[in-house]
Structures are given as C-alpha cells and as structure tokens.
Design a protein around this ligand. Structure first.
Ligand code: HEC
Length: 151
C-alpha cells in the first residue's frame, strides 16, 4: 500500500519584516521528505497565493482616493524635507475641507493640532497628527470616500 501523502501545515505565517512577503511552512513530521513532484505541486499551489499577498501589500501603501493622491506631494514630500511652511498650509486645507463631520468627528481637531505643530516646527507633534488621523480614519476613508473631490 502506498504511503498516504498528508502534508500538514501547522503554521503558515507572513513575514513582513524583509520587505516583501514569504510564506513559512512548518511541518511536524521531520522524517517526511517532500519528493520533487510533491514540491512542484506545493509550489504550484502556493505561488499564486504568495503573489496575491505581495500584490496586496504593495497596494496597501498606494493612495486610492483623490485626497490620498494629493497627500503624497503635499504632505509626504514636505514631511520628508521638513518643509514646515508647506505642511502648515496643507494641514490647514485638510482642516478647512473635512469629510462629513458626523462620520469623522475628530478630523478637524487632529488637523488643527498638526497646523499648530507645524507653526512651532514641532516634528514630534506633527508626526502624531499624521498618525492620529491615519490610525483613526485612513481605512474608513478609503472605503467610503473614493470619489470625494480633494482639494
Ligand atoms: C485629518 C486626517 C489626515 C491627516 C492630519 C493626515 N492625513 Fe495623510 N491621509 C489621510 C487619509 C484619509 C489618507 C488615505 C487616502 C488614500 O490613501 O487614498 C491619507 C493618505 C496619505 C498618504 C498617501 C499614501 C498612504 O500612505 O496611504 C500620504 C503620503 C500621507 N497621507 C501623508 C501624510 C502626512 C505626512 C501627514 C502629516 C504631516 C498626514 N498625511 C496627515 C488623512 C490624513
């Protein structure tokens, strides 16, 4: 009787540290050796999955809304160059044109805290304002405001 082929995948993890994704398989059966044919089949099964995961990670960092596309040159770039004047203006504009307040109650206050931080050249407080808004509203905004015009 042929030995049953039962690959048991105990842990499938996603390693994001190494800039990209790799799948980690852990099999408890150390005596079990994957034959070449099995290996090929396994790769055939896992490669499309890995491709989907990597594509997902890349897509996550790309803006999908008009606000996001505006953010890159008007927030991301001046942040990298510590251009406080531009950041102050950009954050003021974000504060002046919020999405519906009922759905994003802290949008204006977070943006104004950023304006204040930029005027004081307070990098730490400035970063906090970016993070506070992104943590609170990025996912929500990307879901709900795809076609909202900005600026
Ligand atoms: C009041 C809210 C708010 C503030 C403050 C804010 N952002 Fe954003 N930002 C967003 C939202 C919402 C998105 C997602 C839009 C998208 O990706 O299409 C976004 C997306 C971005 C993107 C596009 C790429 C990505 O990571 O999704 C960059 C770059 C960015 N922000 C930089 C900054 C920087 C730098 C600051 C602070 C100086 C900042 N933002 C402050 C709301 C904000």
């Amino acid at each position: 009787m042929a030995r049953a082929y039962r690959p048991s995948t105990h842990g499938v993890g996603l390693d994001c540290e190494s800039k990209g994704a790799s799948l980690i398989f852990v099999t408890p059966d150390h005596a079990f050796r994957l034959k070449k044919k099995h290996m090929r089949n396994l790769l055939r099964l896992t490669m499309p999955l890995a491709t989907v995961l990597v594509a997902g990670l890349v897509a996550a960092a790309e803006p999908t809304t008009l606000l996001g596309k505006w953010m890159k040159p008007n927030m991301g770039a001046p942040m990298a160059g510590e251009d406080y004047d531009t950041l102050q203006k950009s954050l003021q504009l974000v504060a002046d044109k919020p999405p519906p307040a009922a759905d994003y109650p802290n949008w204006v206050s977070i943006s104004k805290a950023g304006v204040d931080a930029a005027s004081k050249k307070d990098l730490k407080a400035l970063k906090k304002s970016c993070k506070d808004c992104h943590d609170a509203y990025k996912e929500k905004y990307k879901k709900e405001q795809v076609t909202r015009p900005f600026p």
